[in-house]
Design a protein around this ligand. Structure first.
Ligand SMILES: [Zn+2]
Length: 228
């Protein structure tokens, strides 16, 4: 149900605030990083698969011998199933990033269930393997999301380091930011598709430098399932 309909159904704005902003208290129990005891980090990639940029990111990762995690948008996976399949075959973890990348602050419980369930099914269908993890778009949560994630058996994974937020950041700056904030157990949130316009192109440009810089600091780059 859409927000307006939900409100019209009698939910007061205060309840909506508890359902959306209030739910962020529950993220305190979610995954934001791996254990601190091992010098390892994990690279995660949101918003793909992109038919142009994701294969080029996969080429870099293959060349460098790195496996990460891709949080896919269901409707993009349906349009580029060969790219989703390649991600799975290369041994990267799959994550669900919803069907159409809405803000969950604008989704009532039924709408949230559809966004997460349809995304999960489309990714499993395109990639040939079900997603292991879930990440909400922009990190925005609602109360219904946690129950759906449990039902789909996809733990909610946020991030420790995000080199590019909602505005474009030039590639060199993203690489420097990422290297400076390295710490044991860090989960990197990178973007192999728009979202922010040009994100995939910038990532392809700086990813080799980020990988090299992290390794020079003694970090192993491991799949998300191994980090956690
Ligand atoms: Zn996203």
């Amino acid at each position: 149900m859409r927000r307006a309909a939900w409100l019209a159904a009698g939910a007061a704005p205060g309840l909506w605030g508890a359902y959306t902003w209030g739910s962020h208290l529950l993220t305190l129990a979610s995954v934001w990083r791996g254990p601190r005891g091992r010098r390892a980090v994990s690279l995660t990639f949101d918003d793909g698969p992109d038919p142009e940029w994701t294969p080029r990111v996969l080429d870099v990762l293959e060349r460098e011998g790195v496996r990460g995690a891709f949080f896919l948008i269901g409707q993009r996976a349906r349009k580029a199933p060969e790219v989703a399949r390649r991600i799975a075959l290369a041994g990267h973890d799959l994550g669900n990033h919803t069907w159409s990348h809405p803000s969950l602050w604008r989704c009532g419980p039924d709408h949230t269930g559809r966004e997460m369930g349809d995304g999960h099914a489309a990714i499993a269908d395109a990639a040939g393997a079900p997603p292991r993890f879930f990440r909400p778009p922009w990190g925005k949560t609602n109360l219904a999301m946690f129950g759906v994630a449990r039902r789909l058996d996809t733990p909610c994974v946020f991030w420790t380091v995000q080199p590019e937020g909602r505005r474009p950041v030039e590639p060199g700056e993203q690489a420097r930011w990422g290297m400076a904030r390295a710490r044991p157990g860090a989960i990197y949130d990178l973007h192999d598709a728009d979202g922010v316009p040009g994100a995939g192109a910038r990532l392809v440009e700086y990813l080799p430098a980020l990988v090299a810089g992290l390794r020079a600091q003694g970090y192993a780059l491991v799949p998300l399932r191994d980090l956690l």
